[in-house]
Ligand binder design. Structure first.
Ligand SMILES: Cc1cc2nc3c(=O)[nH]c(=O)nc-3n(C[C@H](O)[C@H](O)[C@H](O)COP(=O)(O)OP(=O)(O)OC[C@H]3O[C@@H](n4cnc5c(N)ncnc54)[C@H](O)[C@@H]3O)c2cc1C
Length: 272
């Protein structure tokens, strides 16, 4: 059990019709991670224990963060969805991490281009908060393409717009797959994020791409970028694949009977 820590649900907030934010706190232990990484959460329901991965979307405004912020979108009949979206404050779960290579290279490339669908935005929140705290001097040094269904699903809308309006170094494109409004703002586009990225003429000499979220979007954008001269060296990808598609290493270690009984007891107490 050395690599697991117990965390407790402290805050729940709905941030769009399909998405909620969850804050889990440790008992004072600092949560190590680099902007862009994820943790694996062990939940328990009536059928037993299971594990799911979630990117941390902590805004990195202080160093000693003893919490994990997640944004999670509801999946119909999803196991983790059912646990999280019916959870009460105080729910305890086990987590291990950090994992993942979706981190920005240092020093920053001339232009970092972040492409996300929906909650695929999560790993980019810490990156954007660090970027906003000390932006480089060049204009449009960081660009975000965010694909969502419609305006109601524009996650972190106010915050992203304030960065877009305040910082010439940051450029925002919000791409709607289902929005019908015609009074689009300059940062808004109709259509899939893949098509909007293509319209902006990515340049393999200057751009470093980070892709996150829907696996189909990640594959489509990567295929397009390769056709423009990009390779694995200037594109990093994180696909939000379903649990059964994650590799066997992602499986939780077997818990001892004692640990299992303890976890089940705690979870029963805190679940509705
Ligand atoms: C590295 C990584 C990081 C991730 N980070 C996040 C994150 O920050 N936020 C987040 O919300 N999710 C994230 N995910 C996805 C998350 O791990 C779960 O897969 C997701 O929450 C669904 O779990 P579930 O148990 O509710 O659904 P499951 O019980 O796994 O699935 C229920 C059913 O829905 C289908 N299904 C599952 N997911 C989807 C989907 N997205 N769209 C359509 N059908 C689906 C399954 O095939 C299955 O039939 C991440 C995944 C990975 C691999």
């Amino acid at each position: 059990m050395d690599d697991y820590i117990t965390v407790e649900l402290q805050r729940i907030k709905r941030i769009s019709p399909s998405t909620q934010m969850f804050r889990f706190v440790t008992d004072g232990v600092r949560v190590p991670f680099l902007a862009g990484q994820f943790y694996r959460f062990t939940f328990t329901d009536g059928s037993g224990q299971f594990e799911r991965s979630y990117s941390l979307c902590n805004q990195l405004d202080d160093e000693d963060q003893c919490y994990l912020d997640l944004i999670v979108s509801e999946v119909d009949r999803g196991r983790a969805t059912q646990v999280l979206f019916s959870a009460s404050i105080g729910l305890q779960v086990w987590v291990r991490g950090p994992f993942g290579r979706l981190v920005l290279p240092q020093p920053l490339p001339a232009r970092s281009v972040l492409v996300a669908t929906s909650v695929g935005l999560a790993p980019f929140i810490p990156m954007l908060s660090m970027f906003a705290a000390s932006p480089p001097s060049n204009d449009k040094a960081m660009v975000l393409f965010l694909g969502v269904r419609d305006r109601e699903e524009f996650l972190y809308g106010q915050w992203l717009l304030s960065l877009h309006n305040r910082l010439s170094q940051f450029q925002l494109f919000v791409c709607y797959s289902k929005e019908t409004a015609i009074d689009l703002q300059p940062y808004e586009r109709h259509g899939y994020v893949t098509d909007v990225v293509a319209q902006e003429h990515p340049n393999p000499q200057s751009d470093f791409f980070m892709l996150c979220g829907n696996p189909q979007m990640v594959d489509d954008v990567f295929l397009f970028l390769k056709s423009q001269g990009f390779s694995g060296r200037n594109v990093r990808r994180e696909k939000y694949v379903f649990a059964r598609q994650e590799n066997n290493n992602a499986r939780p270690k077997t818990l001892s009977e004692g640990d299992r009984a303890l976890l089940l007891e705690k979870i029963k107490r805190y679940q509705k």
